[in-house]
Design a binder for this molecule. Structure first.
Ligand SMILES: Cc1ncc(COP(=O)(O)O)c(C=O)c1O
Length: 449
């Protein structure tokens, strides 16, 4: 790892006072100041080494400062930094299309628009759906997260904190039931087919009572509900969704911002159902930390957008695209998929041993997008499925205890859930270290009561 020098520590000490000048609206897992990151670890300016099981919220899939990715970006920095998309094409952007085309879950997804953030890509997906269908409304999944921009805030229903105080939101958005047992007030062991059936029934009501197929441009879904609790959608539900979309001429948008790029053990989580999205949204893991996002769709749909209706000064930045090309190449050269599968088994084996703990309600996920849900300390009225009176705020206390023990671990959702998003190239030893820290943290928090 690049070790911060004395000068770096001295500068950090001098600049630490400026943390008071940083916007209060950002919530932070830790107050540490990061000085460097290498592979699965980051190091703070105080010299504390932390095992990073957050990957910067699912971004640094190849670990921090991956040598080939950083080198490709550095090389591009010395060649062409900014090749503005409304001025001309640039070489790394086109090379990236060459790498992405074979990875798409369906060959029909052959046309791309690059932007910088996940929220921006979701907004562009929404604009594309409206332009391509001539319809306005969007159906979203309850518990979904699509960003915090003014448009995407309306699509995000995972927590009210993202929209509280910012109304009125964009109109024409209708939340439907995502097949997640806890949100539906059903027991944890409810069969996926039953969850799918009930959720599809709710969707049929939305379409017959609130937003008819004639007015609905798109349904947007995360194939693994992310900020809503790391809940993989069942193939049954995805197939049902596809049928509904086909019946009503609605476009299916799959938001793979968090679940894409091998995170779930497939290039895209949509592949688990075999369902074809009409528009796919990508970001995060695409460039291992460089700001890049994209939508992919059919050329015939993209061609319906008027020239000039989409764009952005930094859209598809050349350095970020060069990094993304290096990421795609490293995925293959370093056999990342095999590692995800092996480390996923290791993680599930470890977490499943906690199932006997009465405070552990569920262990779920796919690949290295995995969650443990604890019993809620304050169950919503009518929640009859909480089988234990858990210590208060189990998830955040476990996360805080992990931090004390040298590991970054995030919570997620309005329920008591922690999520594991380690780098996809994490070693067996690092995974074992993370699992053991987590187990100790759970045991200690439970003991404290
Ligand atoms: C599924 C999903 N969509 C969209 C976004 C928004 O991405 P960004 O924070 O880059 O705007 C996120 C971010 O966590 C996400 O998880």
């Amino acid at each position: 790892m690049f070790r911060p020098t004395r000068a770096v520590f001295a500068a950090a000490a001098a600049h630490a006072k400026y943390t008071a000048n940083v916007a209060r609206g950002v919530n932070r897992l830790s107050s540490a100041i990061l000085a460097s990151g290498k592979g699965s670890y980051v190091e703070t300016t105080e010299g504390k080494r932390l095992l990073d099981f957050t990957s910067g919220i699912g971004v640094t899939c190849l670990g921090h400062a991956h040598p080939k990715v950083s080198e490709a970006a550095a090389k591009q920095c010395m060649t062409l930094v900014h090749g503005q998309c409304s001025i001309a094409h640039h070489a790394p952007g086109l090379e990236l299309i060459d790498r992405l085309l074979p990875l798409m879950p369906d060959a029909s997804l052959d046309t791309f628009f690059f932007s910088s953030t996940g929220a921006e890509a979701v907004e562009n997906a929404m604009k594309l759906a409206r332009a391509a269908t001539g319809k306005q409304n969007i159906i979203v999944m309850r518990g979904g997260y699509h960003g915090r921009s003014v448009g995407t805030m309306a699509l995000t229903t995972s927590k009210t904190v993202y929209s509280a105080g910012f109304f009125p939101l964009m109109p024409g958005v209708y939340p439907t039931t995502f097949p997640y047992w806890h949100q539906m007030g059903l027991p944890v062991d409810t069969p996926p087919a039953e969850l799918a059936q009930k959720a599809l029934f709710d969707l049929s009501l939305i379409l017959s009572q609130q937003s008819s197929g004639k007015d609905t441009a798109a349904i947007i879904i995360e194939p693994v509900l992310g900020e809503g609790g790391y809940v993989p959608v069942s193939p049954e539900y995805m197939r049902g969704l596809r049928e509904v979309c086909d019946k009503h001429g609605i476009l299916l948008i799959c938001d793979e911002v968090q679940s894409g790029f091998l995170r779930t053990g497939k290039y895209f989580a949509t592949e688990y159902s075999g369902v074809r999205p009409d528009i796919m949204v990508m970001a995060k893991g695409i460039a291992n930390g460089f700001p890049l996002s994209a939508i992919a769709s059919r050329r015939e749909l993209m061609d319906k957008q008027s020239p000039g209706s989409v764009g952005g000064t930094y859209a598809g930045n050349a350095v970020a695209c060069a990094a993304a090309v290096a990421v795609a190449d490293a995925f293959k050269e370093e056999r990342i998929l095999e590692n995800v599968q092996a480390r996923s088994r290791q993680l599930f084996d470890s977490l499943n041993t906690l199932r006997s703990n009465p405070y552990v309600l569920d262990v779920r996920g796919a690949g290295l997008m995995v969650a443990t849900e604890f019993a809620s300390p304050t169950p919503p009225a009518g929640d009859i499925f909480v089988n234990a009176q858990a210590p208060k705020s189990m998830a955040s206390r476990v996360s805080a205890r992990c931090l004390e023990k040298g590991m970054l671990l995030l919570t997620t959702s309005v329920f008591e859930t922690v999520r594991f998003i380690p780098p996809l190239n994490i070693s067996e030893q690092e995974m074992a270290e993370g699992c053991s820290i987590f187990k100790e943290a759970v045991e200690e928090v439970v003991k404290e009561g």
